[in-house]
Ligand binder design. Sequence first.
Ligand code: NAD
Ligand code: LMR
Length: 358
Amino acid sequence: NVQGDRKRAEHFSDGECISSEEWKVKVKAVVLGAAGGIGQPLSLLLKTNPAITELGLFDIVNTPGVAVDLSHIDTPAVVVGRLPPDDGLKAVLTGADIVVIPAGVPRKPGMTRDDLFKINGGIVKDLATGIATFCPKAFVLVISNPVNSTVPIVAEVFKHHKVYDPKRIFGVTTLDVVRASTFVAEIIGKTDVVREVAIPVVGGHSGVTIVPLLSQSSHPLPADLAKDKFDALVNRIQFGGDEVVKAKDGAGSATLSMAYAGFEFANKIIRAFKGEKGIVAPSFVALEADPTGGAALAKELATEIAFFSSNVELGPEGVAKIHPLGKITPGETELVKAAIPELQKNIDTGVTFCREKY
Ligand code: NAD
Ligand code: LMR
């Protein structure tokens, strides 16, 4: 009953209304790594989105059980869970519009995200090969770390398979944006309206490559905020992941907040895919996805870097426009400068890994 489903859509999405034309667009979402710490809650959240008509779950373990469990939830998405045997990856990916990848190992205390590359690089390369083969036009949302290197891997795989469209490949950096909003709202005493607190976070997704542009916060910080408190805030946003890894004490890294952040970003991609205009979100993308905007951003950065996270306007084809950094402070300029060499190294790691294999 479409009327009933529309009413529920309005209910679930805080009263946001979509036209009946947009409503008719079918959306198949797929999660690769769906049985994991992020994969399960992310799949649950995606199942609650009434805009999703099919939900495909793939992992090397447990997806049939997760899928049956989720399939009892009274929302439209038909859920299918498959394992590698009998072409499970092919079955799940065929017809996908959006593929989210949280497959791979998480950090333990004392590790950097780069330490995950050895294992996760290969996992992401294999899964990207599946996407390039079975659903090359899908939007690909990469969560697996190190994002600064795994996104270039997906790009290289797609180039190798001659299906590369830089507009459709995204590194998910939304958790940095979510953390920035939360931590700033705490400082300014606005936790009641934290969802309205928006801070662009640019660069990449690890340590010093995470650059919050606090001067562009929708809710300015107090002008008299002490320098040590300001620096501690920047550091907390850059190393928020480490805070969770430490607290989990060997049991992994952020999963629930990441599922929330991944869901937020996936929803934006789906809304833009269905025709909603003006949706902007920071994401780690190839600058060539928008040659004009990308060139302007590269000029601001004074570097030829191939991937960078900046505010991205989303459209039905994926990246519609890459926004410039805009006006930033001298302190933020220094943070951006510090991010670039590390980011370049991470990108090179991903590209070299793939090129050596082909
Ligand atoms: P997890 O170990 O709980 O889950 C990972 C899942 O991937 C497991 O179920 C595992 O079976 C599955 N998997 C492994 N190899 C696979 C393959 N070849 N095909 C399909 N599935 C496969 O880990 P997690 O806590 O969910 O974290 C997953 C990844 O996400 C890690 O790399 C972590 O660093 C990253 N992460 C990224 C962000 C971000 O902001 N981008 C945030 C948090 C975590
Ligand atoms: C995060 O930012 O929480 C993730 O990238 C996981 C991690 O390893 O910190």
